[in-house]
Each structure stands twice: as structure tokens, then as C-alpha cells.
Write a protein of this length. Structure first.
Length: 290
């Protein structure tokens, strides 16, 4: 398995029991085989020959100029301190797609893969958190990572990430690590992190894996309930013309909620539904996000 290769002499059981979904982990020199997946030649090809989504950001401020399709122009902005983020690069590169497929197949999660090119002496997005479980593979140069546990919103979702509280309110201690080419870092979902390239231009691959959540269970059940006539029926009228008094409306809806809750309970206790959800989640994990 790829994860075993990346872990080196660290047993997979230790990673899964002590780090995954819990604590960051950095490993030295075990991602050497991935270095050729992200180089400047990769960026130039993606920028000029594909429709890969390019984002330029310098110390937290996003480039607001026109869309660039010239690698030379992009490289000039990079020399001015702009980081390049090539988003969903795996959709345009077979090697990156294979990396995403392997991690998704082994750990299960929807893939969000990006390439980062950070100029020396600069950062990109400042302190922030991501909903995904993030794997950073350093392919060139070096980067410094500051990390701290998120106690304000420990498990954000993609839909709620914009509601993230101000990191200045966080009181957890800051950890630091530096990645060199061939190293990699795991950052649990929700963990605060701040990234800079202190001395040398840096190139890295970021693979985010979004595991299934209880919200996904509700979405799955909704897809099943769309076929039910009982769940397509109209609810008691609430408008001013309703013949029911407010107390009667409340009683009708309380009864309805109890009935619907009982139906959901029966569905969730059905082993066939559990198997269907597991199969759907495994398939969704292989589809790339956004």
C-alpha cells in the first residue's frame, strides 16, 4: 500500500490509532518517489496546455488581475512574491490522479488535490483550517509549517468552513515543523496551520481527503426517501387561512415528526441500508471534489 511506503518504519496501526483524525505527523524522506509529480515543468504544462484552475495569492491576498495562460507571466508574478495554487491538478495529470486514487482507496475520502509553488520569504493564505484530512508532499525546496489544534470548531465541513472563528481566539500551543524535498506531513481536518517558505522557493502537493460524516448519512437517506410517497406528501397547512389553531398546528407537527423519526429509525436499523451507504461512500470517495 502507498500509505505503508509513506510511513516507512512506522507501523500503519500506530498512524491510524494515534494520528489519523487526531494528531499531525511528519515523516522524513519517505515521499522521495513523488518528487517528479510536481516540478516547474508540471506547472508550465498545466498552465499553458490544460484548463487547470490557477489561483495566485501573496501573503493572504488573492491576485485580482486577468486570468493568465502564459507560464512566463505567472513565473514573473511568482518572483514578485505570489504563490501559485493549481487546483484540481489531478484532473489534468495521470500521475497526480493515480496518487489521489491510491490515497482515496486506502483511507477513503473525496479527493481535493492542489499543487503549491511558494516563493522564498513568503506565505500564501496565512492562518487557516481545512475540512479535509490533508497530506502535504514536499517535492522541491522547503516549507515551514505552524500548527495548532482547533478547539473553536474542531470538525468543520466544507459548507461551514467560511464560518470558521478567528484563530486569534485560539489558545492551544503552536507546533512547528519544516519539510524538505522528499518529506511529507499529515494535518488532521480542522487543524489550524500557517505555511511559509522561509529560505527557498518551495513546491508541494496537497491532497485533501474528506471522509464521510453523519451529514452524508442524512443526504443518503434523503436520496432513498425521494422514492417514497409518504415522504412526498404535503404537510399540514400553516398559512393564515388554515382552519387549525396554532396549538393544533403544533400538535399535528409533533405527531408528524414522531412518525417521521420512527421511519428514519427503521431505515437506519436495516442492515441493507447500511451496506448501501457503505457502497455509495466507497464510490463517492473515488470521485474528485469540485
Amino acid at each position: 500500500m502507498l500509505i505503508d511506503t509513506l510511513l516507512g518504519d512506522l507501523p500503519r496501526s500506530v498512524f491510524l490509532q494515534e494520528h489519523y483524525l487526531q494528531q499531525p505527523l511528519a515523516r522524513r524522506s519517505t515521499a522521495e518517489s513523488l518528487r517528479e509529480l510536481a516540478t516547474w515543468a508540471t506547472a508550465e504544462r498545466l498552465i499553458e496546455q490544460t484548463g487547470c484552475d490557477l489561483l495566485l495569492v501573496r501573503d493572504g491576498k488573492v491576485w485580482s488581475g486577468p486570468r493568465l495562460t502564459s507560464a512566463r507571466e505567472v513565473r514573473a508574478l511568482h518572483e514578485q512574491g505570489y504563490s501559485l495554487a493549481l487546483r484540481n491538478a489531478d484532473r489534468h495529470d495521470a500521475g497526480l490522479a493515480e496518487l489521489g486514487r491510491k490515497l482515496s482507496g486506502e483511507l477513503q475520502g473525496t479527493v481535493n488535490l492542489q499543487l503549491y509553488y511558494t516563493p522564498a520569504g513568503h506565505g500564501s493564505f496565512g492562518w487557516h483550517c481545512d475540512p479535509e484530512e490533508v497530506f502535504i508532499f514536499q517535492t522541491g525546496g522547503s516549507k515551514r509549517y505552524q500548527l495548532r489544534q482547533n478547539t473553536l470548531n474542531p470538525t468543520p465541513l466544507l459548507e461551514t468552513i467560511t464560518d470558521a472563528p478567528d484563530v486569534s481566539r485560539e489558545r492551544t500551543p503552536v507546533q512547528e515543523c519544516q519539510l524538505e524535498a522528499g518529506d511529507w506531513l499529515y494535518i488532521p481536518g480542522g487543524y489550524w496551520h500557517n505555511v511559509t517558505a522561509p529560505e527557498h522557493d518551495a513546491i508541494s502537493i496537497s491532497v485533501g481527503l474528506m471522509p464521510a460524516t453523519p451529514i452524508d448519512v442524512l443526504d443518503f437517506l434523503r436520496s432513498q426517501l425521494l422514492r417514497s410517497r409518504d415522504w412526498q406528501r404535503r404537510l399540514p397547512m400553516l398559512g393564515h387561512a388554515s382552519p387549525l389553531a396554532d396549538a393544533e398546528k403544533m400538535e399535528a407537527y409533533q405527531t408528524l415528526f414522531r412518525e417521521l423519526g420512527d421511519e428514519l429509525k427503521r431505515m437506519m436499523e436495516d442492515p441493507r441500508q447500511v451496506l448501501r451507504f457503505m457502497a455509495a461512500s466507497a464510490t463517492a470517495g473515488m470521485r474528485y471534489k469540485r
